[in-house]
Design a protein around this ligand. Sequence first.
Ligand SMILES: Nc1nc2c(c(=O)[nH]1)N[C@H]1C(S)=C(S)[C@@H](COP(=O)(O)OP(=O)(O)OC[C@H]3O[C@@H](n4cnc5c(=O)[nH]c(N)nc54)[C@H](O)[C@@H]3O)O[C@H]1N2
Ligand SMILES: Nc1nc2c(c(=O)[nH]1)N[C@H]1C(S)=C(S)[C@@H](COP(=O)(O)OP(=O)(O)OC[C@H]3O[C@@H](n4cnc5c(=O)[nH]c(N)nc54)[C@H](O)[C@@H]3O)O[C@H]1N2
Ligand code: SF4
Ligand SMILES: [Mo]
Length: 748
Amino acid sequence: MKTTLDSLLHARGGPTTEELVQEPGRFGLGRLPSRRAPASTVDSVCGFCATGCSLKVHLDDRGQAINLSPSPDYPVNLGMACPKGWEALTPLAADDRATHPLFRTTKGGPLRPVSWGDAIQTFVDRMKAVQYAHGSHSIALLSTGQIPTEEMAFLGSLFKFGMGGLHADSNTRQCMATAHVAYKQAFGFDAPPYTYSDFEESDVLVFSGANPAIAHPIMWQRVMRNPHNPQIVVIDPRHTETAMAATDHFAITPKGDLWLLYGVAHELIARNAIDRDFIEAHTTGFDEFAQFIAEYPPERCAAASGIDASRIRDLATLIDQGKRVSFWWTMGVNQGHQSTRITHALINLALITGNIGRPGTGANSITGQCNAMGSRIFGNTTSLLGGRSFAEQTDREDVARLLEIPIERIPTQSSLAYDQIIDAIEQGEIRALWVIATNPAHSWINQDRFRQIREKLDFLVVQDMYASTETAAMADLVLPAAGWGEKDGTFINSERRIGVTRKVAVAPGEALADFSIFRLIAEAWGCGDMFAKWTSPEAVFRKLALLSLGRPCDFSGIKGYDQLSVAGGIQWPFASTTRPSVGDRLTDSLSIDEDSSSERRLFADGKFFTPDQRARILFEAPTHAPESPSADYSFWLNTGRGSSAQWHTGSRSDKSDVLRKLAPRELYVEIHPSDAERLDIKDGCSVTVGSRRASISARAFVTPTVSAGQVFMPMHFREVNRLTFAAFDPHSRQPSYKACAVHIERAS
Ligand SMILES: Nc1nc2c(c(=O)[nH]1)N[C@H]1C(S)=C(S)[C@@H](COP(=O)(O)OP(=O)(O)OC[C@H]3O[C@@H](n4cnc5c(=O)[nH]c(N)nc54)[C@H](O)[C@@H]3O)O[C@H]1N2
Ligand SMILES: Nc1nc2c(c(=O)[nH]1)N[C@H]1C(S)=C(S)[C@@H](COP(=O)(O)OP(=O)(O)OC[C@H]3O[C@@H](n4cnc5c(=O)[nH]c(N)nc54)[C@H](O)[C@@H]3O)O[C@H]1N2
Ligand code: SF4
Ligand SMILES: [Mo]
């Protein structure tokens, strides 16, 4: 298979991600920062993406990290890491770490260091004052997919059960809400069914709106190891690094996915290239779907999808001929105005062709952040702990009993979604906001509006590793947090594998683990008793195992962190073979499933988590993107990951000299050569990119990897979300970051 090209870096003579993974030492990755020989080594799961690679952290005789290398025997990464994993320790030592709580006494005044005692008291006094004046639901929380599950569960429980808050969401809304909702609707539970060996066992892999060669490089290495000479299909408006390495690329019109996938489904049904036995036995809704899809012959779908009818038929043929076909998607699908139904269209293709539950198959959402899976099940923001529903009396009763809290403490309503929280702030209904491990002043869609609502807030608290983020700079109170490597806990990766992340360094100054901050707040708030048994991350882990009991995500068979370390992580479900009744405590005497190290996929028996155990075939007619190119704004703007060395808003990855060298330092916009020529734009020249929201400058990167009429900008630069248009999928309320209209011109 030919080498992937990281388009920009390669064009500038830099290394490709593949080269970085294969020969890290050549590019300054994995250098020994110290000559000291390690005294011991500990395995810890990486805290960037949801691949969930394990890193061996080498420690000195005081138990402090001196270096790391990828774990050779971990079933996920098999001895490999991407540049961010190799550099994971470096951001911990950055100069701009938040080392003391900071408080702004006067509006517009500076943030000044205060003691923890004063900081926590201020937090409690101000939050309570807002609740007293405007009602208990006038405070809101924006949490994250980037802290251990134990911390998220503590945070969500503290906020809702302890502090009496209701409106809580997280940056997982920006990332995985669509997959979450689509799986729940189709399978009855948010359950990505696959295991990474499926990358190696498929004979046809369809990647939709996913660029794993850059965004999930180690998963991509697993694809490269596939011994079956697979057909690899990429559906993406851009000719990405992944598309370059694929066997076929469908350069779809932005947000044209439903048309393409309906055209393919039409063709498969028309040819009878479907698995009628599977459909009959394990699904509902097929007859309605067949009737609906009759109206979508490839000829009708061609114009709106940007793919010729004959090519739509080619894709149907590929899927038909595959014995083990897998469908994979990431943000090009999750982020859109009809993203839930596009996800269903992919799930439907897997269901109607019987490509689910067997090795190398599946409708497989690739997760973004290291613990977005943890936040989906245990964040206690929009779903109740354990993937339960706040609206269900029995679900609330379970949680109340298992956590030994009064049921009245559990809200019966669900939270507003992220965008609705922003609206409620604008309308003056929400007056205080607590932001943890996310940087919305950079990452939120149509970011200027987020910045404006700051004025409407009586109190903004930001809890982060750095006081320098765009959001922390706007805060009234900054709580300094320990980061990855400075605390213990678990993450759940993209294939449902629970892995341990370990404390290997001391947090700087007075920074505390988020876990400890929540404990301090609980005590000062007056709800410490409710969390009296939440004494350590591992104690909370046992509670979560209990909360998972009897749920699809049951991992009650996992006793503790050491078992996870020895097993190389464990995928749920992993139920205890001796099943205590709900409410019992887990004890050491429980016998444990023997199969702890193997990989497992879901739905091998064709039984789904819906009440009738059948998967739902769901569909809806395609609609137009809310904003699309027009005479004044004639280009589509697409945004996403730019390089394997950059992580989101850069607060961590930009702190590493090595990672900085591996990524462009200046904002650029990719534009097709024909458009560049027409607009007299030369490669490297300065251009202005404007939308109806804002106008920003960037350097032109002239490249045929984007189609004519489209431009692409990397999300890692703060200006980009000034341009984006705030449209949302109606089911998942995930923002549509990848499709708005802009104009572009040479800067004079
Ligand atoms: N290096 C690095 N790795 C990361 C991250 C990072 O910041 N840096 N972030 C992590 C996180 S949280 C996430 S969520 C993942 C994201 O991982 P990916 O989703 O793979 O990355 P993106 O670049 O956001 O988007 C993927 C592709 O969607 C395409 N796309 C845009 N519009 C459409 C469309 O309408 N239809 C289709 N079919 N495709 C479209 C884009 O052109 C892009 O190539 O990456 C994770 N990994
Ligand atoms: N235009 C555009 N915008 C996008 C996207 C896109 O494709 N295009 N993608 C969206 C997606 S998928 C995502 S996931 C979001 C990501 O957006 P954000 O979540 O805003 O991005 P990060 O830079 O990862 O911010 C995480 C913050 O948490 C802090 N942090 C890290 N570890 C810890 C910890 O242990 N404790 C605490 N308290 N803080 C910690 C970091 O310092 C950092 O400031 O961006 C979204 N925005
Ligand atoms: S692929 Fe993801 S989990 Fe693995 S080393 Fe890179 S950032 Fe970490
Ligand atoms: Mo994400």
